[in-house]
Design a protein around this ligand. Structure first.
Ligand code: HEM
Length: 450
């Protein structure tokens, strides 16, 4: 199940089956690979040579420096932000209860944007209640421009691009995004300095306590050092923050939307989620805790199954760093390899009736012995998604908050989704749902004839 073709004069190899994908392939040939494909090149203006786009020693050193910022205890602090933003989301969704179907895509996407802004930069941009802000506009404009450029070969030349209207809009949006991040970094650096000063004063006179601030990824990036004790420069930090903003917002927004859509299509699965939520939270309207997240096992299977059917990153590209063999084919060094989770996740021997939504596939007893690379929504090997745990936590927390309050229905067919696989797998026609006030499971069962 491989396709060998050529992009200009460079060999290009597409992986759409797990067979032949071994730990060694991921760890020796593919990880040192670069996110080199044409699509990522357009991203470079935004995120330069950040972790996502860097290679070799620079990537290795950056990955080592940034990995601790995704530590469990740090992620646990972010749950407060996720609760707050998800509560704003459900309050905004209230107006749709018992009304006509509406497209929920942007509501959920703006919630994801608010979460990543506050966790990455420590900045509350309030996108959910301020959709017209210049920064929010620039983020969406930039995504549209990158997607449009991918599909328009006449816009590919860097020399010619600024001569087109799109090129000029690109420059304008980029300036807004970069100057926003620059200001936030400068502000944060001052805060960190003030905190250090206050702490010194406190240590000296032991009288007043230093107010506790919420930590953001940015705080940690400002203090992290490499093996030689070198700090990241402002430019390095900006690259990483901008990468988190883009990688950590569109991906989770799409994933949460797909999960909501699938639950809307499958009332029996939604009822199981509701039962689990009732068991964990009862009638109490309290915030979601890390302990709760651990108990939401069925919801976790829903999240995984949604990412199987609709992987937010439907394909990704690598360049082999050495010769390797995949299923008998010799893949020479420097071949561009495209891995396609959207197709990999549909192998019928691994996932029978692959188009069916069955969260039970991910019960531990049903996952035992499954090929380790048959399911790779977050990629695999050392170059896998660094934000995986953050993303899973966000998805579960936000979905739990939505589903504790609402019952979701949809009559939108899969054919009516307008599925497009650009950088992110999106429903071009939106996700159209209807919301009902949530009843307890026994009432739901009797009103729906279960
Ligand atoms: C459902 C949500 C997400 C999915 C499905 C996802 C998927 C992926 C995939 C497939 C890759 C590998 C891409 C490639 O090799 O070209 C990747 C890399 C990456 N992701 Fe995610 N991602 C998600 C959320 C996040 C979040 C929340 C963050 C940050 C807060 C993040 C940050 C990154 C970074 C920095 C990389 C590059 C890692 C490296 O090259 O070492 N992602 N992601």
């Amino acid at each position: 199940m491989y396709e060998k073709c050529y992009k200009s004069l460079e060999p290009l190899f597409t992986v759409i089956s797990k067979d032949g994908l071994t730990k060694t392939t991921w760890s020796t040939a593919l990880p040192q690979a670069i996110n080199c494909f044409l699509f990522d090149e357009f991203f470079l203006y935004l995120i330069s040579k950040s972790l996502f786009c860097s290679t070799g020693d620079k990537w290795r050193s950056r990955r080592k420096m940034i990995t601790p910022t995704f530590h469990f205890t740090i992620l646990a602090d972010f749950l407060e932000v996720m609760n707050e933003q998800a509560n704003i989301l459900v309050d905004n969704l209230e107006k749709h209860v018992d009304k006509e179907p509406f497209d929920c895509f942007l509501d959920i996407a703006l919630c994801a944007l608010d979460i990543i802004c506050e966790t990455a930069m420590g900045k509350n941009v309030g996108a959910q209640n301020n959709r017209d802000s210049e920064y929010v506009h620039a983020i969406y404009k930039m995504s549209d421009l990158i997607h449009h450029r991918q599909k328009s070969p006449w816009l590919w030349s860097n020399l010619m691009y600024p001569m087109f209207q799109e090129g000029r809009e690109h420059t304008r949006s980029l300036k807004i995004l970069h100057s926003f991040t620059d200001n936030v970094i400068a502000e944060k650096a001052r805060e960190v300095e003030n905190d250090t000063q206050q702490k010194d004063d406190f240590d000296d006179n032991c009288e007043q306590s230093v107010p506790k601030r919420r930590r953001a990824f940015l705080d940690m990036l400002l203090s992290t050092t490499d093996d030689e004790g070198n700090k990241l420069s402002y430019m390095d930090i900006r690259e990483e923050v901008d990468t988190f903003m883009f990688e950590g917002h569109d991906t989770t927004a799409a994933a949460m939307n797909w999960a909501i859509y699938l639950l809307g299509c499958h009332p029996e699965a939604q009822k199981k989620v509701h039962r689990e939520l009732d068991e964990v939270f009862g009638n109490c309207d309290r915030p979601v805790t890390m302990d709760d997240l651990k108990k939401l096992r069925y919801l976790e299977c829903v999240v995984k199954e949604a990412l199987r059917l609709f992987p937010s990153v439907p394909f990704f590209a690598r360049k082999t760093s050495e010769d390797c063999h995949i299923r008998g084919f010799k893949i020479p060094k420097a071949t561009e390899v495209i891995v396609v989770p959207y197709v990999l996740h549909r192998e019928p021997e691994i996932f029978p009736d692959p188009e069916e939504f069955r969260p039970e596939r991910f019960f531990p007893e049903n996952s035992k012995g499954r090929h380790p690379y048959a399911y790779v929504p977050f990629s695999a090997g050392p170059r896998n998604c660094i934000g995986q745990r953050f993303a899973q936590m966000e998805e579960k927390a936000v979905l739990a908050i939505i589903l504790r309050r609402f019952w979701v229905e949809t009559s939108q067919e899969r054919e009516g989704l307008g599925l497009v696989g650009e950088l992110i797998l999106r429903p071009n026609k939106g996700i159209w749902i209807q919301l009902k006030r949530r009843e307890c499971v026994s009432e739901e069962e009797s009103s729906q004839g279960f």
